[in-house]
Ligand binder design. Sequence first.
Ligand code: CA
Length: 226
Amino acid sequence: MGTRILIIEDEVKFARFVEMELTYEGYSVTKAYDGRTGLELAEGEQFDLILLDVMLPGLNGLEVLRRIRRFSEVPIIMLTARDSVMDKVSGLDLGADDYITKPFAIEELLARIRAALRKQSRSPDGNVLTAGLLRLDPARRQVTYDGTPIDLTKREFDVLQYLLENKGIVVSRDALLENVWGFDFDGQTNAVDVYIRFLRSKIDEVFGIQLISTVRGVGYVIRDDD
Ligand code: CA
């Protein structure tokens, strides 16, 4: 069996259209028309990727996302309504890998699916990354500062990991978007700045350090000062 994709979407015609296109591309597709059924399928079967609508009857998409993340790191792309910034931020914060705004061109969806699958298949690097007293363990997905655990969301963790992998190098917003979000946003989002703020509030402000430096007009860098 090929790559398995689960679509959780209550608009039946739309779900069938996406299924048809994905099947044509060679994916094996399963559909659920409500959140509860989708959640049960995600629990009971192995999928390589999930497309998850935010606006669902009963159990909404964000709640389904939250529950799936309790047991699975399967790549999830959220389908959001136009301009619902809150849905996007909440979705990413709850561990979605990407989102796409409806209506979208099928080519864009296919590109995002390929990017999410690529990112997933990248073999996990077991090396622990450090900067001063900060320690990030990619295999265990743990971050500590001087031994104190820091609780990060999936996205915050991925941003921090990428900065640490490039320690001493100024990383541009575009590079972060491409490597962490897995898709070129054409600079139309301030998602990177939002996540840098989240990281600073959880690390810099808590431990009284300056871990992540802003290089005006260029991007961000973590320097090892010890
Ligand atoms: Ca819907």
